[in-house]
Design a protein around this ligand. Structure first.
Ligand SMILES: Nc1ncnc2c1ncn2[C@@H]1O[C@H](COP(=O)(O)OP(=O)(O)OP(=O)(O)O)[C@@H](O)[C@H]1O
Ligand SMILES: [Mg+2]
Length: 324
């Protein structure tokens, strides 16, 4: 029996047998020792190669893992760059639209002033140009005010002023001024309110602005001599929500336009074709104000029997209290 060993560690034994009793010669023992030394070396080499292979496999797997992590990081960075690029493009488009919208009334005003400077202008003509000036000034002021209001809301610079309000009363006051304004167009405003006053804890100015924009739209885009209806329902416990619907008939909001109508500067083609004044900021402002008051707004529009006239309905939901 010859041991297989390497640096003092026994790896195994080589066993030699003879078919008869045999006394081993010195030469044979020497040969056996030589063979066991070579077998030991072979065993150690194989073991070392196996260990090296295992190490290479572990390192390769680790390297692959780190490459995967790097690829993911690279992908995320690319996505962030794309997102920033998109935001930058939106900002550029917004600035383009704003500067265009700001310049339009100024161009008309410059023209009106030039006309007013003409020598020997009749008083009728002068009055006409002054009307144009006044109108364009009002449009510019509205635009700047809406832009500032939106900017303040979006950057959350203003704080909500909460107070106990009677929404029925607030809307009835608004209705008085709108009925006067709409008399010339023959529009009728119907209020369908519950008998009991609808109370809520909210911000008066924001609510006023929301209904001012929505009623102004209803007036602008309705058929002459049509009916505009504002219905209010106060739900009691457990939802404690107030829902309001404002229905009018007139200009269409096509299914393609509907999903975008609350975006800034978005106007239906009919509004611009018929030269109805506006910049498309009103509904963006309304949505922002409502979100501020934890409310929601949605819109539907569908043709009536006369396919030129569409029925449009804005549905609002407001919590009776902003406190959770
Ligand atoms: N009651 C409505 N009936 C039909 N179309 C409407 C009605 N309200 C709004 N729209 C459509 O939605 C568009 C966007 O309204 P929005 O109030 O945002 O802008 P605007 O009235 O055009 O301008 P602004 O309110 O800034 O003066 C309008 O241009 C119009 O095409
Ligand atoms: Mg409007």
């Amino acid at each position: 029996m010859a041991p297989l060993e390497s640096q003092g560690t026994v790896l195994g034994f080589l066993v030699f047998e003879h078919h008869q009793p045999h006394s081993w010669q010195a030469k044979e023992i020497e040969l056996v020792e030589l063979v066991s030394a070579q077998v030991s070396t072979a065993i150690i080499q194989t073991e070392t190669i196996r260990q090296v292979q295992a190490l290479v496999e572990t390192r390769t797997a680790e390297l692959q893992q780190s490459l995967d992590v790097q690829a993911k990081l690279y992908q995320r960075t690319r996505e962030q760059i794309d997102q920033l690029r998109h935001l930058n493009q939106l900002k550029d488009e917004f600035l383009d639209t704003v500067s265009h919208e700001l310049r339009t009334p100024l161009t008309t005003m410059t023209l009106a002033i030039r006309m007013l400077r003409q020598v020997g202008l009749s008083s009728d003509r002068s009055a006409q140009y002054l009307d144009i000036l006044e109108q364009q000034c009002a449009q510019e002021t509205n635009l700047v005010n809406d832009l500032l209001a939106l900017q303040e809301l979006e950057s959350q610079k203003t704080t909500i002023q909460l107070e106990e309000l009677n929404l029925s009363e607030l809307l009835q006051e608004l209705a008085v001024s709108f009925r006067q304004k709409w008399a010339a167009k023959g529009l009728v405003l119907e209020l369908d309110f519950p008998n009991a006053p609808c109370k809520l804890h909210s911000d008066r100015d924001r609510l006023n602005q929301i209904f001012l924009e929505l009623l102004t739209n209803a007036g602008k885009y309705s058929e002459p001599s049509s009916r505009i209806c504002l219905k209010m329902v106060c739900q009691q416990e457990p939802t404690k929500q107030i829902s309001l619907t404002l229905s009018s008939v007139g200009a269409s909001i096509s299914p393609e336009e509907l999903p975008h109508i609350f975006e800034k500067f978005r106007r239906c083609p009919g509004a611009t074709q018929n030269a109805i004044q506006g910049t498309g900021l009103g509904l963006a402002l309304v949505k922002c104000l409502l979100e501020n008051l934890n409310g929601t707004i949605s819109v539907s529009s569908a043709p009536t029997q006369d396919p030129q006239i569409w029925a449009t309905r804005f549905t609002l939901s407001l919590p009776q209290s902003l406190e959770k």
